[in-house]
Design a binder for this molecule. Structure first.
Ligand SMILES: [Zn+2]
Length: 462
């Protein structure tokens, strides 16, 4: 089946032809880990998870890289505010991030590189840019010189003045041109930093993604994804850095961007009370009213990824009701994955048309309920379609009883994950959540014991 994707580079939906039919390579910008992810951060994670599942279905091998930005000024500021070590803050945030997105039903990427493990690769790339005259150093900074690249701006299609204003770049005396952006900057003695040829300092954000994508996927790869808000300046600058460091290559062939997210009809903001972290949504309410990640996921997939999405709690409620119907239709019949229904693959091959795929799922569910011939086939299609969408991952018994996915799969194997969640809650000084997890385990006959080294062991009450 032919896959068509909308490429932001040429603003067209065209047939996807990978550089290597045997091996598709994808890079997606991951989170900056200074705080819990909110629903806006969750959208690209879910969208590109569906893309990953589809590519795995269509091609023999897919490498999916999604980075973690664990060095950034926002992280430095947050750690200082909390009086916490940067490493402790980022570790804790990464753990919560993994927990949140697992609940949203996402597969692990093949590689999840952290920026701080790749400083050397960034320094190497900055050096290449300096040698070739695309960058210059000034007052312990290294800057990319935008006028040195003729077609700068071809992804965002902005004109120059617009770009300077849009990037909100600092007008610093050491800049040759106001549009020049930072590749490396100095760190104060009390700030985290690494030794470099330009003094002790740290990388700019854009160079992180250029260095990590090149390292794991090569200078030319197939798809680069992220939210629409990253087109400028982040992705524009990634293109500039990567193409100039490797003049014989063209970097990512396909640029995919998901649309903006609003919340309850407005721009999401803490002061409007419509700012939802995934953690809050998963933990809110009574156990029987609690949302599972699948409801949030289905809510988001009901809008096409390039359209703006209005995230609403009532939308999540509706998605939950829909999932109830699907689980009821499926019952306890289980099938091997991989027998995908053509209708749903076709819908996804049309630039990831998830709303159409969801409508087909509804129709399948309807034909199961009517109970005519072919019920088993409809159930099989329902299961296969769901696995492409990353839904119906629970056993239906567990779904209706409020159990977890791992309980469905392993019969009680989620204790470790609850312990990890509790540790995160304690690190966040969220003692209510920590206590309620302890209590819920106790209700299941599991006792926790906290060790002086910070680990927790558990045993069952016999
Ligand atoms: Zn990036």
């Amino acid at each position: 089946m032919m896959l068509h994707l909308y490429n932001t580079l040429n603003r067209k939906k065209v047939e996807f032809v990978p550089l290597d039919e045997e091996h598709v390579r994808v890079y997606v910008c991951g989170p900056t880990v200074y705080d819990h992810i909110h629903v806006g951060n969750a959208r690209p994670i879910i969208v590109f998870d569906v893309l990953y599942r589809l590519l795995q279905h269509l091609y023999p091998r897919v490498t999916y890289v999604r980075n973690i930005t664990d060095i950034d000024d926002k992280i430095i500021v947050r750690a200082a505010e909390r009086g916490e070590e940067i490493g402790a803050l980022t570790e804790r945030t990464i753990r919560q991030f993994h927990h949140d997105i697992e609940a949203l039903g996402t597969l692990k990427p093949d590689i999840e590189p952290r920026a701080t493990d790749h400083i050397h690769d960034m320094i190497k790339m900055i050096n290449l840019l300096l040698i070739q005259g695309f960058a210059y150093s000034a007052e312990q900074h290294v800057l990319f010189h935008v006028p040195a690249l003729q077609d700068y701006g071809r992804l965002s299609r902005r004109d120059r003045d617009d770009m300077v204003a849009g990037a909100r770049v600092e007008v610093a005396p050491y800049k040759k041109d106001p549009a020049d952006f930072v590749l490396w900057k100095p760190s104060m003695d009390d700030q985290v930093g690494w030794n470099s040829p330009w003094g002790r300092g740290r990388p700019g954000w854009h160079i992180e993604c250029s260095a990590m994508s090149t390292k794991y996927l090569g200078p030319d790869f197939d798809i680069h994804g992220g939210g629409e808000d990253l087109i400028f300046p982040h992705h524009e600058n990634e293109i500039a850095q990567s193409q100039c460091a490797h003049p014989d290559s063209s970097f990512a062939q396909w640029w995919l961007h998901n649309g903006y997210l609003r919340s309850e009809g407005k721009k999401m903001s803490k002061s409007l009370g419509n700012f939802y972290t995934v953690k809050e949504l998963l933990g809110a309410g009574e156990r029987e009213k609690m949302w599972r990640g699948e409801s949030i996921r289905l809510m988001m997939l009901s809008t096409h990824y390039r359209q703006p999405l209005d995230f609403t709690k009532s939308g999540v409620d509706n998605a939950k009701k829909k999932l109830d119907r699907w689980y009821r239709a499926l019952g306890d019949v289980d099938f091997e994955d991989g027998l995908s229904t053509t209708g749903i693959v076709e819908a996804l091959c049309d630039d990831l048309n998830t709303p159409r795929a969801v409508a087909i799922m509804d129709a399948l569910c309807g034909s199961v309920s009517v109970g005519r011939d072919g019920v088993l086939d409809a159930k099989r299609d329902l299961r296969a379609g769901a696995s492409l969408l990353g839904l119906l991952q629970y056993s239906s018994e567990s779904w209706f009883q409020g159990g977890s996915v791992s309980e469905s799969r392993e019969g009680g194997g989620d204790i470790e994950s609850l312990i990890a969640q509790r540790l995160v809650a304690r690190g966040d000084r969220d003692f209510d959540t920590a206590d309620s997890i302890r209590q819920s385990l106790l209700d299941r006959g599991v006792v926790l014991e906290d060790k002086p080294d910070g680990t927790t062991v558990w045993r069952r009450i016999s």
